[in-house]
Design a protein around this ligand. Structure first.
Ligand SMILES: *[C@@H]1O[C@H](CO)[C@@H](O)[C@H](O)[C@H]1NC(C)=O
Ligand SMILES: *[C@@H]1O[C@H](CO)[C@@H](O)[C@H](O)[C@H]1NC(C)=O
Length: 512
């Protein structure tokens, strides 16, 4: 009997050892042989004869753009006079564009701008570069080291609201186009520049109308590049090089209105449960039961795999073996708000209102929940989950506003437009790695889904962890070097779009 058990144990242990050894071998092999997704196209150099320098005139134009206070406050409430001034300023500042017979300019939805630059080859599908004219309001003005609408230059940085969201993209793409046209170049492929005027309040009157205009024209767009994720420096653990993130998808959102109506009455004779108490319990349940961690199901996992070969050893091992380590990474991601937002549908309680008087039981309590929906989930799934968690028919749940997660655009080696974008980024940021991601915030692209199935979100500037708070926050700024890169990025993008999409790009031997 004892012999039998010993035999059984020894066989089991041996089996376990063999299994562990095999797993270890797979992990080691994959870590050593994982493919690289990076490219190294010829870099854009200052000595190139088609390099766009951030000279005095270009910087002055950018500063003037920052000085226009094109603030969007809330849906339908903006700064019309400033938008009109911005529009006029753009017309005066880029005479080559506005005087060109190839360029058609339309004012859309009263303030948004849509440019069409006619390509010489009508058989090629147009593409679109998007950005926006408006900015978010300024808070805590006293904390700014330069006034927020000054565009002041300080220690190599231009300060001001809109410098990275997203007047750099807007002005940078116009500078690139003006430079190109002034060299007598006509693009082969038709391109659009689309500048919405209320992106910061969801684009209902700008991008939405731009999309309608293009739909009416029957336009199908090859690909769209809008503002988006930046070049992160120190944002991804385990990678020492900067990492350019291309947003190939975008989280959805759902704003829920929760309401409880109970009998009110005098505070001296309360019932066991009040409207406030019932709603508090519901909200507490929602906060204590986060939506499922979805790390490993989508783009957020590919994001790590695309840079795996460039990571330091432990991270490299994890990222090239997500088949095994996904649950571990998922757990790590859930620990910090920034990474947690990549792993799941988030739940934020944004409003809670109840009560009118100290000694009156409130008959009503209302709350608002802001969900950001993971690309692999859906509006319906989120709603179903919430109702199950709340599990109380006295809580009335209504959808105030929602948008499903964006369709995922093609990415990777099989997508010529993604690869063209990747290589263009690496021409401008030769040290940077490029990887796909999804955005946790929204952009105007939410209105463009029907125009193109290849929608990308990327903002050419370097962001360090300490810069994160500048976006929509205090001391928003861009370095002069980065603004120069923005202009050259769009220039190279336009040039690269005229080459056959499947082949190697750039090479300064091609005369323009
Ligand atoms: C444009 O302006 C007119 C007049 O001010 C207004 O009636 C109309 O609603 C506006 N249209 C859009 C799309 O904002
Ligand atoms: C796309 O087209 C469909 C059908 O016409 C429409 O219902 C939907 O709202 C459109 N989506 C966007 C984002 O414009």
């Amino acid at each position: 009997m004892a012999r039998g058990i010993r035999y059984f144990l020894s066989v089991t242990l041996k089996l376990l050892a063999v299994m562990l050894a095999s797993v270890l071998m797979i992990v080691v092999t994959r870590t050593a042989t994982f493919p690289s997704y990076q490219t190294s196209p010829p870099a854009c150099e200052e000595s190139d004869d088609d390099f766009i320098p951030a000279d005095k005139e270009r910087l002055a134009r950018f500063t003037s753009a920052i000085q226009l206070q094109t603030v969007s406050y809330e849906r339908g409430v903006g700064t019309p006079q400033e938008l009109v001034k911005f529009s006029q300023f753009i017309q005066e500042s880029f005479p080559t564009i506005h005087g060109s017979p190839m360029v058609r300019r339309d004012v859309v939805g009263n303030y948004s701008l849509l440019y069409r630059v006619e390509g010489s080859d009508a058989s090629l599908q147009p593409y679109m570069l998007a950005s926006h004219l408006d900015v978010v309001p300024v808070a805590e003005e006293a904390k700014w080291v330069a006034p927020p609408f000054s565009g002041e230059l300080k220690d190599g940085y231009i300060y001001g609201r809109g410098t990275i969201d997203a007047k750099h993209s807007l002005m940078g793409s116009l500078e690139a186009l003006q430079f190109l046209l002034s060299r007598g170049h006509q693009p082969k492929r038709t391109l659009y520049l689309a500048f919405g005027h209320d992106e910061e309040t969801q684009g209902h009157f700008g991008a939405k109308v731009i999309s309608e205009v293009l739909t009416q024209r029957g336009e199908k767009i090859k690909f769209i590049l809008d503002e988006g994720t930046p070049v992160g420096d120190g944002l991804l653990p385990g990678v020492s090089k900067p990492v350019a993130f291309i947003g190939v998808a975008e989280k959805g959102f759902m704003t829920l209105h929760l309401e409880v109506n109970e009998e009110g009455g005098h505070a001296s004779m309360p019932k066991p449960e009040s409207a406030i108490g019932i709603l508090s319990k519901a909200i507490s349940k929602l906060e204590n039961n986060p939506h499922p961690n979805m790390f490993g199901t989508g783009v957020e996992a590919r994001m790590l795999e695309y840079v795996a070969t460039e990571m330091t050893l432990p991270y490299r091992m994890l990222s090239s073996n997500l088949w095994l380590f996904s649950p571990l990474v998922a757990w790590v991601y859930s620990k910090k708000p920034q990474t947690n937002a990549m792993a799941r549908t988030t739940t934020a309680l944004t409003r809670f209102n109840a009560g009118v008087k100290d000694n009156v039981i409130s008959p009503e309590a209302v709350a608002v929940i802001d969900h950001r929906i993971h690309p692999m989930s859906s509006v319906e799934e989120v709603m179903e989950f919430d109702l199950k968690v709340i599990n109380d028919p006295r809580v009335n749940v209504k959808v105030k506003n929602s948008r499903p997660p964006a369709p995922i655009s093609p990415y990777g080696k099989d997508s010529p437009t993604y690869m063209m974008l990747q290589e263009t980024i690496q021409q401008i940021y030769p040290d940077a790695l490029v990887t796909p991601t999804f955005m946790v915030a929204t952009t105007d692209t939410g209105h463009y889904w029907n125009l193109s199935n290849a929608i990308y979100r990327f903002s050419p500037y370097v962001m360090t962890p300490s810069d994160l708070a500048r976006l929509h926050g205090v001391n928003e700024r861009i370095s002069v070097k980065d603004y120069e890169r923005v202009m050259n990025f769009y220039y190279h993008l336009i040039v690269n779009m005229d080459k056959p999409l499947e082949t190697k790009r750039h090479g300064h031997e091609d005369e323009l």
